[in-house]
Design a protein around this ligand. Structure first.
Ligand SMILES: [Zn+2]
Length: 440
């Protein structure tokens, strides 16, 4: 049950305060965009964490920096530093945790504006990481501050984290915070990950991922007498043929009932990330039969598919080839397994967010799921927090593109949704008369 229904005039006061704080929020976003926190390799993380940390501190949070000690990617050259802020209400629970990753993907080509200048033009703020997802970080921090400035005191507790490495799996970021207990079911009730969701979508979860590597083995021989050898590449070709002509058509028949966006991703799928084998492309070529070949696969599976069946299907295909050809030697290794996650659309968090999206935009949000994974997996699997979604102002299609931008209007509106949702979920202390006068 949602903690509290909030009166219309309190909601109005909150929204007005978000409007007022808008210019300050956008300046903060510009400052954050100007720090090139590029991942890989993970540049300027300390500067990124400190900018967020300082802002949280100024807004009355207890702040803490959490370096991913003990992880191999946390190095002197590229330290992995996350930042956490906590502002306890009059009670520690319920608690609402906003998380946003402040790493951004490399710039790439074809930009027509400086990707790190924070340029504003025609109501858009440009820069790498604006939509994905520094706009989300700015929105959640200033949403809560807007409440404070309006004299609205939340009963429950707000936490905000800026985390690293989402773009490379989030192991030194949200996964680390969850493993260390900073996000966890014994202290956290709700998590909103502020990833881009086009301002009027609520993303409930994502499909599963199974990355695996197959190595085929043959026997080396002279290339002018290949009949003395066994080609590992031929073996790989046989397997790839079956993937393309048997497995792919089969997977295309499996459709999830979950509203994954884009709809083309509602089907199970497999992609070959890479194929290698024989002699290195740029080495001196000598006539040899390849005794080793390999390929890496990316299988995306649905909530409706059982992971053991997904893996078993691949094993069965390999065994089938061996049954037909005893010389077919192979090895299979699991590289990454991420199970699908899907938050119940009837839970308090989704109900409250949805109601407030409708309040601000006059239409119900689209409840979606993501074709790819993001940090929600760590919140659900490691922290065991069931009520976790992604909601934020960025434009999903802008993620990772040249001339990435977000709409300033969206940042303000998403902050309103976040502020109203925090009031509902955490409750508001009775107001001694300050809120409606915009007490500071
Ligand atoms: Zn992102």
């Amino acid at each position: 049950m949602v903690a509290q229904s909030v009166s219309a005039d309190l909601q109005e006061a909150a929204c007005r305060s978000v409007e007022e704080i808008g210019p300050e929020m956008i300046s903060f976003l510009q400052a954050l965009v100007r720090i090139p926190t590029i991942n890989p390799p993970g540049e300027n993380y300390i500067a990124g964490a400190e900018l967020i940390g300082q802002q949280l501190k100024d807004f009355g949070y207890d702040t803490l920096y959490v370096a991913a000690e003990g992880l191999k990617e946390h190095t002197a050259q590229h330290p992995r530093v996350n930042v956490l802020g906590r502002r306890e209400g009059s009670v520690p629970r319920p608690s609402l945790h906003f998380n946003g990753h402040f790493d951004v993907v490399p710039v790439g080509d074809d930009w027509t504006v400086d990707p790190f200048s924070g340029l504003i033009r025609d109501g858009k703020l440009y820069g790498r990481g604006t939509s994905d997802q520094k706009a989300g970080i700015a929105a959640s921090i200033f949403a809560i501050e807007a409440l404070r400035r309006a004299g609205i005191r939340l009963r429950g507790t707000v936490e905000q984290s800026g985390s690293v490495d989402e773009e490379s799996g989030g192991f030194a970021g949200v996964a680390y915070l969850a493993k260390q207990g900073w996000i966890g079911k014994d202290k956290t009730d709700y998590v909103i990950i502020t990833e881009p969701s086009n301002v009027d979508r609520v993303c409930l979860g994502h499909r599963g991922v199974y990355w695996f590597k197959i190595t085929t083995h043959g026997r080396i021989a002279h290339g002018c007498m290949p009949h003395f050898g066994i080609s590992a590449i031929d073996h790989m070709a046989d397997f790839l043929h079956n993937v393309t002509h048997e497995l792919k058509p089969e997977l295309a028949k499996r459709k999830t009932a979950i509203p994954v966006e884009p709809p083309g991703s509602r089907f199970a799928s497999i992609n070959v990330n890479s194929v290698f084998g024989g002699q290195p492309e740029h080495g001196t070529q000598t006539p040899c039969v390849a005794d080793r070949s390999g390929a890496i696969f990316d299988r995306r599976f649905l909530s409706e598919e059982n992971f053991e069946d997904v893996r078993g299907e691949i094993h069965a295909m390999l065994e089938d080839l061996r049954a037909k050809n005893p010389e077919f030697q192979y090895k299979i290794e699991d590289l990454m397994i991420v199970h699908p996650v899907h938050t119940d659309e009837h839970c308090d968090l989704v109900t409250s967010l949805s109601g407030n999206v409708e309040r601000i935009f006059g239409r119900k949000p689209k409840l979606t799921a993501s074709p790819g994974t993001y940090d929600q997996k760590h919140v659900v699997r490691i922290a065991d927090v069931k009520q976790c979604v992604a909601y934020g102002p960025g434009i999903l299609d802008q993620a990772h593109l040249p001339d990435e931008h977000c709409l300033i209007e969206d940042v303000v509106n998403a902050a309103k949704v976040m502020a109203l949702t925090a009031m509902e979920l955490l409750g508001v202390e009775p107001d001694p008369g300050g809120a409606r006068q915009g007490k500071r």
